[in-house]
Design a protein around this ligand. Structure first.
Ligand code: AMP
Ligand code: GLY
Length: 422
């Protein structure tokens, strides 16, 4: 079997790690693999968004399954192109990927399907946006409609701040992504990430997780791509997941299918668990990063089989996932300065790992055989243990033991779960 992984971040390293366990005999390929992926796959030097070249490469190399990690190539039509070329692909069409690539599309779809989410309006005119902001009052959230690498949502404590944010956004501070601004009501509650493998209107949820988006401890400071994650989440019951399936995932998959945008791949529901129940913060059309680094190591059953079933459209009925009875805590190691500008090139040393710990690479590269930092988020340390606190301690200890110049990590990953348990 020949498997292509598109993307080279922490999520893609984790996908490669899991799929290698599921199919030890398969040949693996990845686009521009990072320093942790490179020893385990052949490198394909094509940009993920170069959809024509990449689909052509996949045909020429008789790829049996292409797994697309990031949203940008999906929004650019990589899955459509692969499918048309006869390459089995795990990942939605560009039309279905709009659930993530256009927040305006996602909000309108949810409104039409009666899916619980924050009240909102979509604006292209700053004065109208300001009028809506004043009518909602603070706190209020201003979001770029387009893709902004997880940094397009501004939670505003005052009306003035929100009006300024909307004006800046609409006059180009987020580029094309901010030409449309979604203004929405602030939701109070705890966030939850629910991943669902989806094949059209059929879906199966994976273990739910929580990530830490802010750079600072105690969940403070600017948003990042994600500084850590853990799974499972203590307050999540079967009943809650059933409610999310019935009220959120099923209606959205149906609405997408009815609109001619059948979704196949991974649907990520980013939820706020409010006093009125779960409400959607956003959808993503791919696995979350860094939640994947916590969720997949707990998946005891095959990921390859359901992925293949989704790619072939043969349904998920026989593919109920089985999870280990354990907890996973993932600590992200970032370069100093992230999410702003940061230095690259620092040599990295990873000491021998204790049992139950895995290091997933994100922004790393091999230079003359030496592992160096090459991105904002550099590594993620996942620790597994039957005991949550122990997993948390090990994740933090390994993060501390790894060295590179300018290393930054949060020491409080999983603090909400720790508080709940104590
Ligand atoms: P998004 O880009 O939509 O995922 O938003 C990024 C983060 O901003 C979310 O994970 C939340 O922490 C926060 N956020 C976004 N929308 C809202 C909202 N309506 N109410 C409260 N917090 C929000
Ligand atoms: N962890 C948030 C995301 O992947 O968008």
């Amino acid at each position: 079997m020949r498997i292509l992984i598109v993307g080279n971040g922490g999520r893609e390293h984790t996908l490669l790690w899991k799929l290698r366990r599921d199919a030890p005999g398969a040949a693996f390929y990845a686009t521009r693999p990072n320093g942790g992926m490179a020893p385990h796959c052949a490198a394909v030097d094509i940009a993920p968004t170069d959809v024509v070249a990449l689909a052509g490469w996949a045909v020429a190399n008789r790829i049996d399954l292409a797994v697309v990690g990031p949203e940008t190539p999906l929004a650019a039509g990589l899955a459509d192109r692969m499918k048309r070329s006869g390459v089995p692909v795990f990942g939605p069409s560009a039309g279905a990927a709009r659930i993530e690539s256009s927040k305006a599309f996602a909000k309108d779809l949810m409104a039409g399907a009666g899916v619980p989410t924050a009240a909102y309006e979509v604006h292209t005119d700053a004065d109208r946006a300001a009028a809506f902001i004043e009518s909602v009052g603070a706190p209020v959230v201003v979001k770029a409609s387009g893709l902004a690498a997880g940094k397009g949502a501004i939670v505003c404590g005052t009306v003035e701040e929100a009006v300024t944010a909307a004006r800046d956004m609409l006059s180009g501070s987020f580029g094309e992504a901010g030409r449309k601004a979604v203004v929405e009501e602030y939701m109070e509650g705890e966030e939850l990430s629910v991943f669902c493998l989806a094949d059209g209107e059929e879906f199966v949820p994976l273990l739910s997780s929580q990530d830490h988006k802010r750079i600072g401890e105690g969940d403070t400071g600017p948003n990042t791509g994600g500084m850590g994650a853990y799974a499972p989440v203590g307050f999540v019951t079967d009943a809650l997941i059933e409610e999310v399936g019935d009220r959120v995932v099923a209606p959205v998959l149906t609405a997408l299918a009815e609109g001619g945008n059948r979704f196949s791949g991974l649907l990520y529901a980013g939820l706020m668990i409010t006093r009125e129940g779960p409400k959607v913060v956003e959808f993503n059309c791919r696995f979350g990063d860094p939640e994947t680094q916590a969720v997949l190591p707990l998946l005891a059953s095959s990921l390859l089989e359901p992925m293949m079933a989704v790619a072939e459209g043969s349904g998920l009925a026989d593919h109920a996932p089985v999870f280990a009875d354990a907890a996973a805590v993932t600590t992200v190691l970032a370069a100093s300065g992230y999410p702003g500008s940061y230095d690259k090139g620092a040599p990295i040393d990873i000491p021998p790992l204790p049992r139950g710990a895995e290091v997933f690479h994100a922004g790393t590269a091999l230079r003359s055989g030496r592992l160096v930092a090459s991105g904002g988020r550099v590594l993620a340390v996942t620790a597994l243990d039957r005991d949550f606190e122990r997993a948390r301690t090990v994740s933090r200890a390994v993060a501390q033991a790894i060295t590179f110049e300018g290393k930054y990590y949060r020491k409080d990953i999983g603090w909400r779960e720790a508080e709940r348990r104590s």
